[in-house]
Structure formats: structure tokens, C-alpha cells
Ligand binder design. Structure first.
Ligand code: ATR
Length: 279
């Protein structure tokens, strides 16, 4: 029997996850169907219950339900606990088991796909909302020299730095938090945008000279052309840039591995998605 998976979100019509997982399934000869499901804003739990009752085996969760998914789980992985959000659900034996593959996807895209090591590097994370929080533990797992979290509201960045300095499983790095002004005079090797500023048409107030020689600017967002953050980073001297399409594919591959026990090869799927996006 074909196993059923889905992604829950609102909106969900333009999700690329069904195409990504269908390609993974074909490439690994896994008998599964993966569909997009629109959950009402006040009906996430009911949508999950309906899906499980209909034989659903697992699901991804996207905006705006990742925190609600976290609360719905009967069990969670350690990285999901630290992320405070869940993007992957596994339904088995009456349990809802939650994980978060976003950070692993980001790290894999940077390290494996882009070939940029994080170990020993100065990493700057812009933003202190759910998207930022979800990737901190896996970033620290790479043992950077330092992880700096900068945010418009300094208190949120300071709180995240404190939480992860205390609780992350590997903290060999210095973890700092503060506002954008505090970045003045500091340089970074990898700068990751986890804010939603560009959705509001806003530009981040980054001080000049933020980008060290050879640095990578990474935007967790993606779109048809260059994102506003990557354009800003290029104008301020970032040597390399990448948007979040690779992270999207890699978080999906990690979810697929959790469900099916086989890790799909991602390069072809990413190249096809990139071509579709550019068309
Ligand atoms: P997400 O789940 O996408 O992280 P979120 O939790 O609402 O959404 O967080 C949004 C992030 O983008 C926050 O870091 C937010 O900064 P504040 O905590 O100061 O609100 C950041 N952000 C959103 N709009 C911004 C803007 N115009 N300028 C700077 N930062 C912005």
C-alpha cells in the first residue's frame, strides 16, 4: 500500500515540498504519496487528527504552525526541544513524534553543497524569531569560533544567546546577542539572514565592514531573483552568496531520511527547482 505524507501550512498552494518529496520517492524507489494540505488557522490539530485517521504516516509543518506542532507532539527530539518548533511529524503507535530538520538542512547546504566550513569561523545570525531559533543548535554543532545573534529587538537576541549558551549540547563557541549597532567594528566569515525584514520591504541596518575577506552571505529566504539581503551583502563586500533554496531541499531530505531510513541525493532536485524558479 502506498504510504501517505503531507505538508501542513496556511497558505500552502505554492509549496514546493510535494514536488521535492515526489522526486525523492522516485529516485529512491519508495512507494509514497506526498500532498499539500491547507489547515485552517484555528484548525491545525483537527487537520492533523484527520490526516492520521486517514492513514497518514508523517507530515511536514510550515508557516504558521511550527510552534503549534511543537505543542501537539507527544514526544520530541532534543533538537526540536531546543528549537521550540517542529517541522517534521512522525505518526506511529498512537504517538505524534516531532523533530526539526531546518537547522540540519541549513548546515548541510552551507557545508556540503556550498563547501563552506563553519568550524572555527565567526558566524553571525541575523534575527531572533522562530526561524533563527530553529537553526542555532545545529550551527553550534559545527563548532564555530563564535556565534553572534543580532536582532532589531536586542532583548530577544540576548535571551536566545543565554538559552543556547546554557543548554546546547555542544558549546565550544562564544555565543553573543544584541542589536545591530553592537556589530560595529566586528567582522564575520558567515552571515545568515533569518529575519523576515524583506517580507516587509525593509532593509537591515547593517554597519559597514561586516563581511570578512572571503565571507559567505546566506539568506534563508529565496525568490526569483537576488533577495534584498543578498543584494545588500554584495554591495557591502560579501565574497559569496546563497539563498535558502538549498536549505529547503536539504531540510526535506533530512525529513525523508527520518521517515524512510534512506537519504536521497539532493543535487538534481535542487538544480531542477532552481531552473523552475528562474523560468
Ligand atoms: P520567523 O518565524 O520568520 O522567525 P518571527 O518569529 O516573527 O518570524 O521573527 C521575525 C524576525 O524578523 C525577528 O527577528 C524580527 O525582529 P524583531 O524581533 O525585532 O521583531 C525580524 N524582523 C522582521 N521585520 C523586521 C524589520 N523590518 N527590520 C528588522 N528586523 C525585522
Amino acid at each position: 500500500m502506498t504510504d501517505l505524507y503531507c505538508v501542513f501550512g496556511n497558505p500552502i498552494a505554492h509549496s514546493k515540498s510535494p514536488a521535492i518529496h515526489s522526486a525523492f520517492a522516485a529516485a529512491t524507489s519508495q512507494d509514497l504519496r506526498y500532498e499539500a494540505r491547507l489547515a485552517p488557522l484555528d484548525g491545525f490539530a483537527a487537520s492533523v487528527a484527520e490526516f492520521v485517521a486517514g492513514g497518514g504516516r508523517g507530515a511536514n509543518v510550515t508557516v504558521p504552525f511550527k510552534e503549534e506542532a511543537f505543542r501537539l507532539c507527544t514526544r520530541r527530539s532534543a533538537r526540536a526541544e531546543l528549537a521550540g518548533a517542529v517541522n517534521t511529524l512522525n505518526f506511529a503507535d498512537g504517538e505524534i513524534v516531532g523533530d526539526n530538520t531546518d537547522g540540519a538542512g541549513l548546515v548541510r547546504d552551507i557545508v556540503a553543497n556550498l563547501g563552506v566550513a563553519l568550524a572555527g569561523r565567526r558566524v553571525l545570525l541575523l534575527g531572533a524569531g522562530g526561524a533563527a531559533r530553529g537553526v542555532i543548535e545545529p550551527l553550534l554543532g559545527e563548532r564555530p569560533q563564535s556565534l553572534t545573534i543580532a536582532n532589531r529587538s536586542a532583548d530577544k537576541a540576548e535571551l536566545l544567546a543565554e538559552i543556547f549558551q546554557k543548554n546546547a549540547s555542544t558549546v565550544n563557541a562564544t555565543v553573543n546577542g544584541g542589536n545591530y549597532e553592537k556589530l560595529a567594528g566586528h567582522r564575520f566569515d558567515v552571515v545568515i539572514n533569518a529575519t523576515s525584514a524583506s517580507l516587509a520591504g525593509a532593509s537591515l541596518p547593517l554597519p559597514p565592514d561586516l563581511f570578512a575577506a572571503g565571507s559567505l552571505a546566506y539568506d534563508m529566504m529565496y525568490g526569483k531573483g537576488e533577495t534584498p539581503f543578498l543584494a545588500l551583502a554584495r554591495s557591502q563586500g560579501a565574497a559569496r552568496s546563497a539563498d535558502g533554496l538549498g536549505m529547503l531541499v536539504e531540510q526535506a531530505a533530512e525529513a525523508f531520511r527520518l521517515w524512510r531510513g534512506v537519504r536521497p541525493v539532493t543535487a538534481g532536485v535542487l538544480a531542477n527547482l532552481r531552473a523552475t524558479l528562474a523560468a
